[in-house]
Design a protein around this ligand. Structure first.
Ligand SMILES: NC(=O)c1ccc[n+]([C@@H]2O[C@H](COP(=O)([O-])OP(=O)(O)OC[C@H]3O[C@@H](n4cnc5c(N)ncnc54)[C@H](OP(=O)(O)O)[C@@H]3O)[C@@H](O)[C@H]2O)c1
Length: 290
């Protein structure tokens, strides 16, 4: 299952700009080049990243890099109306009206300095989304060549079914990792497998490097032992754990460190034993499987 020839690992740009590292144009170029040299050809955006600024900064860096458009795949998302300096909305809300979807796609194209988006996702399900309206505008945008492939993000099985009624859904980007392992039992990933929908995992390292909680404390010693056995780092093991799943999960990594980008690609080669896989799950859950 590889609908758009995207790389197995996808590079998330959420933290490249104002929401994280505030990378300069030159540093962004270096990071784009590093990803491509490493074998990561796919970049995950959303209109809102950096308070609606990161797509544009990436687009400028990509343009000055001189890299050919067909060497990379661009993912972006729309739908969240995020209050910030440039958009003083009263509250955060969702908009999947055809008018907003068209505006957002055309704005992303302008920001990213491209004439097509490889994979376009609805960022989060909205109680007010209309499947007929969404299908109609996405079909038009596909026919116009502005979107190649359509998908969803953070959608449950019934919500995917609702959208799929009128239009083909080829991806679902969801939160999955060893520390957020609900995806193993909530049915979404199994449903996606039956319908040939590719799964992308956002925050594939979960909370492990973000907070030292009880889950971290239980996982850490297990990871330490496995690091010796597999001669690799803890972040590589967390990715290998995710990629062992038969759904052929595509991790969307968030690191901005070149050495970690390279290490992530190396993690594809690790084939974790069942016992090791379950020992990590047991540590995460704090209990044995039934
Ligand atoms: N669809 C959605 O709703 C949604 C939501 C959230 C995110 N996303 C996407 O998912 C992407 C990835 O999310 P994420 O940033 O949470 O991913 P992640 O890859 O799980 O986490 C990245 C974080 O872990 C740190 N890290 C990685 N390896 C480490 C190590 N060995 N030691 C210490 N720290 C380490 C990184 O720091 P360094 O940078 O210092 O390496 C970075 O802060 C985003 O960029 C975005 O594209 C999508």
């Amino acid at each position: 299952m590889n609908k758009s020839n995207q790389s197995r690992i996808i590079s998330g740009v959420m933290n490249w700009g104002k929401w994280g590292e505030n990378l300069s144009n030159n540093k962004m170029i270096e990071l784009i080049e590093c990803n491509i040299e490493t074998g990561i050809n796919t970049f995950d955006h959303a209109d809102i990243y950096g308070g609606y600024t990161t797509e544009r900064e990436f687009g400028e860096a990509f343009k000055s890099s001189g890299i050919q458009r067909d060497k990379i795949k661009l993912i972006t998302k729309c739908g969240i109306q995020y209050p910030c300096d440039s958009k003083p909305f009263k509250i955060k809300y969702y908009d999947y009206s055809s008018k907003h979807i068209r505006y957002s796609v055309e704005n992303s194209l302008k920001n990213l300095k491209t004439d097509y988006i490889d994979i376009f996702l609805l960022h989060r399900p909205s109680p007010l989304m209309r499947n007929d309206e969404i299908a109609e505008i996405i079909s038009k945008l596909k026919n116009e060549g502005k979107i190649k492939i359509f998908g969803l993000s953070n959608f449950t099985e019934p919500q995917i079914k609702l959208i799929k009624k009128n239009i083909d859904v080829e991806y679902n980007q969801i939160e999955c990792s060893l520390t957020n392992s609900e995806f193993l039992s909530d049915g979404v990933i199994d449903f996606c497998q039956t319908k040939n929908i590719n799964i992308m995992a956002w925050s594939p390292l979960g909370s492990y490097f973000k907070k030292i909680d009880n889950i971290h404390k239980r996982i850490e010693p297990v990871l330490k032992k496995l690091q010796e056995k597999y001669s690799c780092s803890d972040d590589q093991l967390l990715l290998a754990w995710l990629m062992k799943h038969p759904a052929h999960i595509l991790p969307v990594i968030g690191t901005t460190k070149k050495e970690r980008i390279k290490a992530s690609m190396e993690a594809i080669k690790i084939n974790m034993d069942y016992v090791d896989w379950f020992s990590l799950l047991e540590a995460s859950k704090g209990k044995r499987v039934a």
